[in-house]
Structures are given as C-alpha cells and as structure tokens.
Design a protein around this ligand. Structure first.
Ligand SMILES: Nc1ncnc2c1ncn2[C@@H]1O[C@H](COP(=O)(O)OP(=O)(O)OP(=O)(O)O)[C@@H](O)[C@H]1O
Ligand SMILES: Nc1ncnc2c1ncn2[C@@H]1O[C@H](COP(=O)(O)OP(=O)(O)OP(=O)(O)O)[C@@H](O)[C@H]1O
Length: 602
C-alpha cells in the first residue's frame, strides 16, 4: 500500500537534509507505529505520503513515494488526498470549518456522497470519538483534546484506504485515547485500512499496533513486529524513548518477556509464581518451608538476564524519574500562599458555566498537576491563574492580588504561562529571540546569560538560530517554555508541556522544574509524569475538582479516576493484583526482590 524508496528531502533554507535515504514498505491492512526522538523527521515523512511534501513545501526532494502504486510527486494532491487521510499534529492546522458538523462533513461532501450518506458518516464518526453531543458546537469553542477528536472524526468519515496520523491522541485523556484506538484498530481489521501513526506514547500505543518503526536523524533505524520490538530494549534506551511499564518491570526483574499490557504482565508474573511467593512471604515465617521453596524455585530469572541489563545500566534518564520520587517532597503548611481561589464560577458563554465552584489554595514551592477529562476545564482554570480570564462569580487571588482588578501584564515577570498550542506564543525570527523577548521587555540585566540558560535547560541551544516555525513541534514547545523560563517567573503555568516529547526531553524538562524553586502548575494527561514529578495532583471533572492530594493518595481513588477518564498506571494495577504497595516500577521491583520475597523465590 505504501512503498518508499531511497527518499531524501531537504527543507527550503536548510543546508542539511531532514530525510536521509528512507526505505519503507507497508502492506495493506498493517497498523504501523512510527516513533523516534523529537525532531528526527517523523512528521516530515508523514507529509510526503499525501504529497504536501514536496507539492506545497518546495525544497529538494529525491527518491520515490508510492501509495497504492501512485507516485505522489507525479499525482495531483486532490487524487492522493482521496487515498490518504492525514491527521495533522496540530489540530488548529487542520480544522477550518466554523462548526463541528461542517468540519466532519467536509471530506464526505468532497467525495460527492449523497446527503443521507454524509449525515450517517458524520454521526458515526462523531460517535466513535465521543463527540456526538458537540455536533453543532463552534470549532473555536473546543478544548485541545476535543479538537483532536474532531480531526480524527473528519478522517474516519472519509474512510480512506490509508490513514496517516501525526500524534492524533497526544492531548486526549487516557480513557478517550483507549476507546478511540480500540475503534481505529477495529476499523483497521474490518476494512483493512492501512495505518501509519506517529506517537511518542509507545507505552499506550504498542498494544494496538502490528509493527514498530523507529527513526533517528532522518533515517529508519529499527523495524520489528510490536510483539518482538521490546526484546531489543537497548534501542529504546539509547534513543531515549518510552518503554511500557509492564515491559520495564519484567526487564528489571530479569524475566525474559516483553508483555505490552497489564494482563500480559500478570500472566508472566503468575508463570513465575510471584503472587504465590508474595502470599507465602506474608505468612508467619517458617524457615523450613522457605528452604523447600528456595531449593525448588528457578534461579535463572534474576541471574540469567541476557536481554538488556546493560542497556538498563546505561539508562541515565527515564526510570530515574521514578527513583527521584516526588511525593516525599513535602511543602510546608507555612509556605506562603501564592494562589487562593474561592468559589470560582466561570464560562465563555452566558448561562453555560465551565468552572463550577472551584476552591483552591496553592503554596509556594508546590508542583501541582491538573488532570481530567477532555473539556473538564483544566486550561480554563489555568487561564484564570494568569488573569487572562476573570471570574463570573467568586474570587481568584494570585500573589495576594485579586485578578478582577488586574490584567495579565501586571503579573509580567512573576507569572510565566505556556499555552497548550505553543504556536500561539512564537512570533520572533529565531528561538534565541523568543527567549530574549521577555527579559528585554522587562529591562532585566544579564540578558544573554538568561537566554543561554533557558535555551540550554530546554535543550534548544543548538537550534537557537533557527526560525521557530522551522522547528519540529516538540522543539517549538520547548522553545515556548524557554521563552518563559528566561524571565525566571515565581509561578510557572504550563498547559500540557510534555505532549509530543520523547522520554529524555520530558525528563530533562521536568527534572529542571523539580530542581527549581518556583511554583509549578501544569496540566497533563500523563499519569506517569504526574506521579513522578507532582507534589500534588488535582483531578477535574465537569468544572469541579473531584480529588486533590498527593499522587499516592489520588491514584487509589479509583472512583474519581474513572469519573475523570483517568486510569491507574500499569505498575499500580500490577501491584494491586499482587497485593503489594508500589507506585513505580522501581518500587515494585524492590518489593518483589526484597529479602523475604527473594529468599523464597531464589
Ligand atoms: N518548515 C520547516 N522548515 C525547515 N526545517 C524544518 C521545517 N519543519 C521541520 N523542520 C526540521 O526538520 C526536522 C524534523 O522535523 P519533524 O517535524 O519532521 O520532526 P518530528 O520527528 O516529527 O519531531 P516531533 O516529535 O517534535 O514532532 C527538525 O529538525 C526541524 O527543525
Ligand atoms: N473559547 C471558548 N469559547 C467557548 N467555549 C470554550 C472556549 N474554550 C473552551 N471552551 C469550552 O470550555 C470547556 C473546558 O475547556 P478547557 O479547554 O478548559 O478544557 P480542558 O480540560 O483543558 O480540555 P483538554 O484536556 O481537551 O485540553 C470545554 O467544554 C470547551 O468546549
């Protein structure tokens, strides 16, 4: 269905090619996950499939890209678009109709379906993505995750033979992601739709796909069936990519297995007798019994680990995040209150409240993760903290000042805000200028030092002279964060800062905040990031805070998690099943291999 041969591509104005000799063949009906470090060329490759590159981009293109036998450089874009549906990385680049209904109907209308057929397709597609209730809404009024759902729906409504999806679920809540991927997988099986999907969230995507392809620096460096891909963990560690927790757990326990799901991991652990061993280890100690079990149990699982312990040792990031467990990082009750909210009600339209009675106190030094269903009001709450929105009812005080009587500029220098869509913040000629803008406006001294430090902290220094629009999305997001860090604000508000970032960059960014004195409030759908880095998690549903506490407390509140479309991290589910208390892979491994258990097991 897709055949790419020796593809090279250089963007206009760049001296180095972005794609460097790509060869890739995808058969009809395959579901392929394409991943790789940020900026390695994934989006660029996807854009060659429907001819945007080179038809709209210009630049230097050589080699061959064929879809259904059609050479994309020689076909007109209208023709290719009928065969290849492209879900864009940034929904705002894709959505152009004013209402949800028009947006989803656009494709089928262009394919000249009958009115009734169009209606049916729109209805079905909206149902799949959980947006039936928003059919008549204005596209401008949608939250980030809701926009992504609409982008997927508009492609599904066209039912193209090839679906190319660029991080289509990066801003979607975990349950929504799961539901949509399930349906996409069903369509892929039933209709034999060929899917090439780009994503960094390997841990969530891997169970759905047939094959995992990894790019690095413009080349394809790895291509394996999903069921075997994580047998080569060293590749994932070396490139700084995420690893599903069940795989990581087995790997750290020295078990030769790469289960992609919780149920797969449980089957492996059962096979290895972990549950039984734990049960026995919890019985009153009986040395004789222990000896019997000790002698009869396998010894190979911990000792004969031949698949990747070295890789793990070389891993300087990633799992360490869990090791630096943030829950212990208590913020004193005596710390000054920075944010104080009383009974906040707010909406964008009269009589349609989005925030419904929020009460909240945040103290200096806290790192607060806001989580919850798409459209539950997380971004709206953040906008209030930056005084961009004003309460309809109630009060919001930031640094003791009532936001009603303040505009956002009055907090300049003290509050730094990064939008969900970084493109809304980037307007200078280079990444460096973006980071310089704030300190210059605020007439700070040591400007160059600030610029350098902030770009370095976000790993953008080597790209400092690049035009922001010529950076990958992950790079643009980090540039936006750097442009806020250069003013060293006391309060940092980040709306989904880790979407579209590879593991190394997530950890560098979050480690930076952890070692920084400022107060951080960030929205995220990534429960693993929240558990690792937040001192406190707020869970939102339908404009209200339904859970608020340390990660370890909130994660046990399964009823609130369910209401907010969140799921427990796989490692917590596994620990629950085994009947032990653990909140990270490292903690669980420690529990499972602790003296008493290990004594029995080995
Ligand atoms: N319009 C452009 N002009 C010039 N260079 C570009 C342009 N778009 C992307 N690039 C460069 O091409 C490289 C690959 O970008 P691309 O967006 O394909 O990466 P990616 O792997 O999709 O990254 P991410 O995971 O961050 O989305 C980057 O280094 C980027 O700087
Ligand atoms: N500019 C706007 N005009 C009208 N309604 C809006 C506007 N922005 C957001 N909304 C509505 O407010 C609600 C909350 O949106 P918000 O962006 O705060 O959600 P969110 O929790 O951040 O979602 P996501 O996880 O998808 O980013 C949604 O129902 C959305 O449709």
């Amino acid at each position: 269905m897709i055949e790419i041969k020796d593809l090279w591509y250089t963007y206009p104005g760049r001296s180095e090619p972005t794609l460097k000799g790509i060869n890739l063949r995808v058969e009809k009906g395959e579901f392929v996950l394409l991943t790789g470090p940020t900026g390695c060329g994934k989006s660029t490759l996807l854009k060659t499939l429907n001819g945007i590159i080179p038809h709209e981009s210009g630049g230097i293109f050589s080699g061959s890209v064929k879809v259904k036998g059609m050479e994309t450089t020689e076909s007109n874009q209208m023709e290719i678009s009928k065969e290849v549906g492209l879900v864009f990385q940034n929904p705002d680049d894709q959505i152009f109709s004013t209402t949800v209904e028009d947006e989803v109907a656009f494709g089928p209308e262009n394919l000249c379906f009958e009115r009734e057929e169009i209606d049916r397709k729109v209805k079905e597609a909206l149902q799949i993505v959980g947006m039936s209730g928003h059919r008549l809404d204005s596209t401008n009024s949608l939250s980030g995750g809701q926009k992504q759902r609409i982008c997927i729906a508009s492609m599904l409504a066209m039912a193209p033979e090839v679906l190319a999806m660029d991080e289509p679920v990066s801003q979607m809540d975990p349950m929504g992601t799961h539901e949509v991927l399930n349906t996409v997988r069903e369509l892929n099986r039933k209709l034999k739709t060929t899917i090439l999907l780009v994503e960094h969230r390997l841990h969530e995507l891997a169970p759905f796909v047939d094959r995992i392809v990894i790019m690095d620096d413009g080349k394809i460096v790895f291509d394996q069936p999903a069921s075997k891909a994580f047998d080569h963990l060293e590749v994932f560690y070396r490139l700084g990519l995420r690893i599903p927790e069940p795989v990581e757990l087995c790997h750290r326990l020295g078990i030769k297995a790469s289960p992609l799901s919780v149920s797969g991991a449980l089957a492996v652990l059962d096979r290895e007798n972990f549950k039984e061993n734990i049960r026995r280890s919890q019985l009153p100690s009986n040395p004789e019994e222990n000896t019997v079990i000790k002698n009869s149990s396998r010894k190979d699982s911990v000792e004969n680990n031949t698949h990747g312990n070295n890789a793990h040792e070389n891993n300087t990031h990633g799992n360490n995040a869990h090791e630096n467990n943030a829950f212990e990082n208590n913020v004193s009750e005596n710390n000054a209150s920075i944010i104080s909210i009383q009974d906040l009600w707010s909406g964008y339209e009269k009589n349609k409240m989005v925030l419904k009675g929020i009460n909240l106190e945040i103290r200096k030094g806290e790192r607060v993760a806001i989580m919850g269903t798409n459209g539950s009001g997380k971004s709206t709450l953040l906008l209030h903290l930056a005084a961009i929105l004003k309460p309809d009812k109630g009060n919001v005080k930031v640094f003791g000042e009532d936001t009603k009587s303040r505009n956002p500029y009055s907090f300049a220098g003290k509050v730094g805000f990064v939008f969900q869509n970084p493109d809304l913040m980037l307007f200078c000629d280079s990444a460096e200028e973006e980071a310089r803008f704030g300190p210059v406006q605020l007439k700070y001294s040591n400007i160059e030092e600030r610029v350098r430090n902030s770009l370095e902290a976000m790993s953008i220094l080597p790209l400092r002279h690049d035009l922001p629009q010529a950076l990958s999305r992950g790079q643009r997001l980090r540039t936006a964060v750097a442009s806020v860090l250069s003013i060293t604000p006391e309060l940092i508000l980040l709306d989904e800062p880790t979407t579209g970032q590879d593991r190394v960059n997530i950890e560098q960014m979050m480690d930076f905040f952890k070692n920084n004195n400022s107060t951080l409030i960030f929205c995220t759908h990534d429960i693993e990031v929240a558990m690792s880095y937040a001192t406190r998690i707020l869970v939102m549903n339908d404009g209200q805070i339904i859970a608020d506490g340390k990660g370890k407390e909130v994660i046990k509140d399964t009823e609130s998690l369910r209401k907010a479309s969140l799921t427990q991290p796989p490692v917590v589910e596994i620990a629950n099943y085994l009947g032990v208390n653990a909140f990270s892979v490292k903690e669980l491994v420690k529990t499972l291999t602790s003296r008493s258990v290990e004594g029995i097991k080995c």
